[in-house]
Design a protein around this ligand. Structure first.
Ligand code: NDP
Length: 353
């Protein structure tokens, strides 16, 4: 078969060095000034073609410099703020004339801080990664600290910033520590994702009351206490967003899911009431209602028959992936400030109810 002739072209590539700082608010200007002086010095040596400060943001500053590709790595290696560990650099290739679309976009959550509970696995872990990719600094919360540490390292390796907080969200004191530690590390709280939860299914007549208590204390009270604790911090900065991962069980009460559905109906009702209390403070409230998601959730069921039946149900369909739900959460929290996405119900295509 004859091949169509290929166009051949060469473009001169130069590198765009993007330097992103994560600095405490009171140091932003000082860091930006020092870096401007540093770039000026390089320019004198002919390394930087142009430079300029981007609007310093709350808690961070972004500066750009354009250099020849071969100079980019030298700039990164020499930058004193990089060496101090407060700066993060990305090198992007840029072809004159083709440049605009290759420039790094300002990310919707740049400068914002999020807490994600239940981030050691499943939906929470995927959500933490997704929010970090959109620019948020993320406090990841759960009981399994080793998992959180690995997640923090992995987000860091992708150029993000995360903080691991070991906490049991069903304990009020731990919730207080979670909020305080986040605000003292990052200076603010913009987004709270109440995701930690357990689903201990059993018919009412065979259920263990201790399982009911665990679900109520975590799925319902844990999310309520965390939401309340977040409010003063969100009001202080003039707005915020509280996202709660409920379930399709917040709408449909199936047999053997009585207590679980009670917690999910309950938290959805709490969120709607909360929304009507705080919308005037520019705090948005979103309830996410996933159908079946492939995660560890079913593994904790204590009733053997129910554990097997959930596994069978999952095997009979293509469930959602944790990343599908993370995408729904990311959609809600990246809308413009005047858009309040109150509810997202997302089922696998295979799932009827
Ligand atoms: P996973 O079991 O994978 O994740 C649950 C998370 O909650 C884990 O990180 C776990 O971490 C954490 N967690 C459990 N108990 C506590 C506690 N006491 N304190 C702090 N963290 C805790 O399941 P999913 O990702 O599926 O579940 C996330 C949410 O999604 C839950 O609220 C669930 O009800 C909801 N959901 C899930 C669906 C599904 O089909 N999977 C469908 C609809 C909703 P650790 O054990 O380390 O503390």
């Amino acid at each position: 078969m004859e091949r169509a002739p290929r166009a051949s072209y060469r473009v001169a590539m130069i590198a765009l060095v993007v330097i992103t700082y994560t600095a405490p608010m009171d140091r932003v200007e000082a860091v930006a000034d020092a870096h401007r002086a540093y770039l000026k010095r390089l320019k004198g040596e002919g390394k930087v073609l142009s430079s300029g400060p981007f609007a310093p943001r709350t808690g961070g500053a972004v500066l750009l410099s354009i250099a020849r590709e071969e100079d980019a790595s030298a700039i990164v290696a020499e930058d004193p703020y990089h060496l101090e560990g407060v700066a993060r650099h990305e090198v992007h290739l840029w072809a004159p004339g083709f440049g605009a679309e290759l420039l790094p976009r300002a990310r919707p959550l740049d400068g914002k801080t999020a807490i994600v509970t239940g981030a050691s696995s499943g939906i929470g872990e995927a959500t933490a990664r997704a929010l970090a990719r959109e620019g948020a600094r993320v406090a990841v919360v759960a009981r399994r600290k080793d998992r959180l540490d690995a997640l923090v390292a992995s987000i860091g390796a992708q150029g993000g910033l995360a903080l691991a907080i070991a906490a049991d969200v069903s304990r009020d004191a731990d919730v207080g520590v979670m909020i305080d530690a986040t605000v003292s590390a990052f200076g603010r709280l913009d987004v709270l994702v109440n995701n930690a939860g357990v689903m201990l299914l059993a018919p009412v007549a065979e259920a263990r009351e201790e399982d009911w208590r665990r679900m109520v204390e975590l799925n319902l009270l844990g999310a309520m206490v965390a939401s309340k604790a977040a409010l003063p911090h969100m009001k202080r900065i003039g707005g915020g967003h509280i996202v709660t991962v409920a379930s399709v069980a917040a709408r449909v009460a199936n047999p053997s899911a009585a207590a679980y559905a009670a917690t999910k109906f309950g938290i959805a009702a709490f969120c709607e009431s909360l929304r009507r209390e705080v919308y005037k403070d520019k705090i948005r409230v979103t309830v996410i209602e996933p159908g079946l998601v492939a995660t560890e959730l079913g593994e904790h069921i204590t009733h053997p028959g129910m554990k097997a039946s959930v596994a069978e149900r999952a095997a009979a369909m293509t469930p959602l992936a944790a990343e599908d739900v993370a995408a729904a959460i990311t959609y809600a929290v990246t809308q413009p400030a005047h858009v309040n996405v109150n509810e997202i119900l997302v089922r696998p295509t295979d799932q009827e109810r």
